[in-house]
Design a protein around this ligand. Structure first.
Ligand code: HEM
Length: 412
């Protein structure tokens, strides 16, 4: 053996930029090993592609989301950052997601009531009935869970909540799908963009028609509630109501679809957990929280620094964007023992999947109820659902994680 000097190992660079988006195949298939590397190597790192910081540790993600002084309005961000270029579909006014107080507080408090846990509980029987109606229509013993149940269910629920005329609900679903998929797809073709613009215009007409009929004869629906809502002598004009309706479609539909898909996939690929749930249906609530932690539909959010701060020793300057990886936070080994294990009995299933602080997901109780009732309905109907052979494929939408298709077999 010769005594050649040993070259010092060159540390591998931590993944950044493109490698942390679903346009990268490795990340798209399974982002968690990549995120473990980032968290271990650079828990806060500068990302040249987004021209902003990225934070991956649980406690710091939690703290950043809950910092009430940080901003969410992209117009306040460093103009070179990706977030500053983030535009809503068309030239609409920003929704509450991208506003700071006092505008944010005002808009949120005007719709808040419809989404409280108590309000959602009254909708639970109807959500279960919709899930069962969708299942009744399936005759095949192998079908795509996304197409037949996970995608249509949240759209039907929100259409009913808004009070959209039942005769228009099929069109509503088509328009809503076109708008949502183009909104999230930064690689959209000119043709897709045109289809989405036409669908957006049709939705706009549909919402305005509903608003004017609710102004004339208010009902029990959410558009009537928005028309009548007043907060401190303030009320919403038609443009604001239309914008809120669009936000509910965009923020609420794909995300809930993906919770049902990612959650069912986790369950079916862990037969022991599925068996446990069959024996103990009372574990369903905890199981859905574990699904949210284990494979969140939204994997990133962020804030804009309003002052100089330090995160893991990195100097963050005012106006710089701070991206937070919800997916990395949810698998932080310093908080979750054995974080990559899917365990529906996990004692502490708290997670960052709904964000936090002022912008904590308004639809969280609704999303939970929709996932619980859908999963319950599927398991009640099929004693042994199995994943059909084939690789699960995910959509390529940065910040989100959801299956394009998930085929299941209802008989072995
Ligand atoms: C599993 C499904 C869902 C997930 C994972 C999810 C996740 C999120 C996240 C991460 C945020 C940003 C929070 C932050 O930055 O602190 C958010 C905001 C929001 N979500 Fe959800 N969401 C889901 C379903 C829904 C549903 C069903 C609705 C309503 C129909 C909804 C409406 C909203 C709204 C309006 C906001 C903006 C809140 C604000 O800015 O104050 N979401 N959601």
């Amino acid at each position: 053996m010769s005594d050649l000097p040993v070259e010092p190992a060159v540390p591998e660079p931590t993944p950044t930029g493109f490698a942390l988006t679903p346009f990268d195949q490795t990340f798209q298939r399974d982002p968690y090993p990549v995120l473990h590397k980032v968290r271990a190597g650079a828990p806060a790192q500068w990302d040249e592609m987004t021209h902003g910081w990225l934070v991956t540790t649980h406690d710091e993600v939690r703290e950043i989301l809950r910092d009430k002084a940080f901003w969410s309005d992209p117009r306040k961000a460093d103009p070179d950052s990706l977030i500053a270029r983030f535009q809503l579909a068309g030239d609409q006014a920003p929704s509450m997601l991208f506003l700071d107080d006092p505008d944010h507080r005002r808009l949120r408090s005007l719709v808040n009531k419809a989404f409280t846990p108590k309000a959602v509980e009254t909708m639970r029987p109807r959500i279960a009935a919709i899930a069962n109606e969708l299942l009744d229509a399936i005759e095949d013993t192998e079908f795509d869970l996304m197409d037949r149940i996970a995608a249509p269910l949240p759209v039907i629920v929100i259409a009913e909540m808004l009070g959209i005329d039942a005769r228009q609900q099929d069109d509503f679903k088509t328009w809503s799908n076109a708008v949502v998929s183009a909104f999230f797809n930064v690689m959209r073709s000119a043709e897709e963009a045109e289809i989405a613009a036409n669908a957006q215009a049709a939705l706009d007409v549909c919402f305005r028609k509903a608003i004017s009929s609710c102004r004339a004869t208010p009902g029990q629906d959410l558009i009537s509630a928005m028309v009548q809502a007043t907060e401190g002598g303030d009320s919403m004009n038609d443009d604001e109501i239309v914008m809120q309706c669009n936000l509910l479609l965009i923020a609420g539909n794909v995300t809930t679809t993906d919770l049902i898909g990612n959650g069912m996939r986790a369950l079916l690929e862990h037969p022991n957990e599925l068996a446990k749930l069959r024996v103990r249906p009372d574990l369903l609530e905890n199981a859905v929280e574990e699904m949210l932690r284990y494979d969140s539909p939204v994997i990133g959010s962020g804030r804009i620094a309003n002052r100089p701060v330090e995160v893991h020793g990195c100097p963050v300057h005012p106006k710089q964007s701070i991206g937070v990886s919800l997916a990395a936070a949810n698998r932080d080994p310093s908080v979750y023992p054995d974080p990559d294990r899917f365990d529906i009995e996990r004692a502490d299933t708290h997670h960052q999947s709904f964000g936090g602080g002022r912008h904590f997901c308004l639809g969280a109780p609704l999303a939970r109820a929709e996932a619980q009732e859908t999963i319950r309905a599927v398991l009640d109907r099929y004693p042994v659902p199995l994943p059909a052979p084939g690789e699960a494929r995910y959509r390529a939408i940065p910040g989100f994680r959801g299956l394009t298709e998930y085929r299941i077999r209802t008989r072995a």
